[in-house]
Design a protein around this ligand. Structure first.
Ligand code: PMP
Length: 414
């Protein structure tokens, strides 16, 4: 498909942008071009208003008070669980643990599910393209247990090498943990295929869905995985929200990680019994306002429709990729056949941070650095990349502005 500046049928990006107040602001006296949504996404006004409404009208703690406000807050918080369950097509709301984000979700699996059963010599399989959040928790529990981290390779295009992944699923592997979408390369991994391979061998598969959920329709039952982690702030919701989905039979076997209020059945000084999942994993007062906002974000996303969003994003990705390829001395990292609109690149003779700083002065927000993926940077043979990460609210005109600005600022560094 040729890159097209025409908007995708059924998707009115100007109307969508009007829902995101922050996109209208200026930065360094230039119109903002926000190309950093993989870092955190902007929020529609419905999310901002939902959080505001919560604090103005029904702020109270959950699951403790019998008064009306407490009932309303509890119903909104538990409503977020229902909404998330529907968003990812979970078999039941009890399979959804509300967390502060993906990092907490993966750590919960590492410490509560993996550690109690890991033996010296066992292995956890990850891939070269993982974010530190899907590496370091496994390293920590490996250190405690004497287990080892094993790494499934990727190829030069930035795709997971399927045969090597399957070959790595040896009997010592107790869990495979793979990202659904790479935050650096934009690669969409074939999770359903990976899950078929892990299931056949009785190895649970954890999927880091942080970068997938904002772009793809996630159906955990169709994917066939065992754990799925996501983070709310990349999903156009508030920071400090997220979820771990896990098959009920796995959650049932997991001991609590944090102890405190809300997660108990009965507490005596002689010993405590715990609530059933998912509340067993939700000690203390949660981010109630955040989950009220996340519910609004998921309503908003579903209202846009995944088909229209994906068509618009595919056109943006094609346009951006072609435009960068047309610039001399630009090297793109990640040429997978299936990608989300996330493009990492470097420009000959220019440091990523210098370019990002100069682009910021042109009003363009994009990230430079290692993107919390040191091992992937090492594989790519670079210390850092620039990363333009787009969302459905970005436009073809912004891509033109970005490319024009990049052409201007690189001259300053030549
Ligand atoms: N995994 C991936 C692939 C990510 O991109 C991120 C965020 N950059 C995370 C995990 C961690 O998410 P959070 O910081 O919201 O817990």
């Amino acid at each position: 498909m040729k890159a097209s500046a025409a908007s995708v049928a059924g998707f009115d990006v100007a109307r969508v942008r009007a829902d995101f107040p922050l996109l209208a602001r200026r930065v360094h006296d230039k119109p903002l071009v926000y190309f950093d949504s993989a870092n955190t996404a902007q929020k529609p006004v419905g999310v901002i208003e939902a959080v505001d409404r919560y604090y103005r009208q029904f702020n109270a703690n959950v699951a403790r008070a019998v008064h009306q406000l407490g009932a309303e807050a509890t119903s909104a918080y538990e409503g977020a669980r229902d909404r998330l369950a529907r968003f990812i097509n979970a078999a039941s709301r009890e399979e959804v643990v509300l967390t502060s984000g993906t990092t907490q979700a993966i750590n919960l699996v590492a410490w509560s599910w993996a550690l109690p059963q890991l033996q010296p010599g066992d292995e956890i399989l990850v891939s070269t393209m993982e974010h530190h959040a899907n590496i370091v928790p496994w390293q920590l529990v490996c250190e405690r247990s004497g287990a080892r981290l094993k790494v499934a390779p990727i190829d030069a295009r930035g795709e997971l090498a399927l045969d090597a992944f399957v070959a790595a699923l040896t009997p010592g592997v107790k869990l495979a943990a793979v990202t659904h979408v790479s935050n650096v390369l934009g690669t969409i991994n074939p999770i359903a295929e990976l899950a078929r391979a892990t299931r056949r061998r009785g190895i649970p598969l954890l999927v880091d869905g942080s970068q997938a959920a904002p772009h793809l329709a996630v159906d955990v039952r169709a994917l066939g995985c065992d754990f799925y982690a996501l983070t709310g702030h990349k999903l156009f919701g508030p920071t400090g929200t997220g979820a771990l989905w896990a098959r009920a039979e796995l959650l049932e076997r997991m001991p609590p990680l944090f102890g405190g209020g809300e997660m108990i059945d009965e507490v005596r000084f002689e010993g405590t019994t715990f609530a059933a999942p998912p509340h067993r994993f939700e000690a203390g007062t949660p981010n109630i306002a955040g989950f009220v906002g996340l519910t609004a974000a998921l309503d908003y996303l579903d209202g846009l429709g995944h088909v229209a969003v994906q068509a618009h994003e595919a056109a943006l990705l094609e346009h951006l990729t072609q435009a960068l390829r047309a610039l001399p001395g630009v090297r793109i990292f990640g040429e997978a056949a299936h990608k989300v609109p996330v493009v990492s690149f470097l420009v000959d003779g220019a440091h990523a941070h210098d370019l990002a700083t100069l682009l910021d002065h042109e009003g363009i927000a994009l990230r430079s650095g290692h993107h919390c993926a040191h091992p992937l940077m090492r594989f790519l043979g670079v210390p850092a990349t620039l990363r333009a990460s787009l969302a459905f609210y970005n436009t073809h005109a912004e891509i033109e502005q970005f490319v024009a600005a990049l052409t201007r600022v690189r001259r300053l560094l030549a």
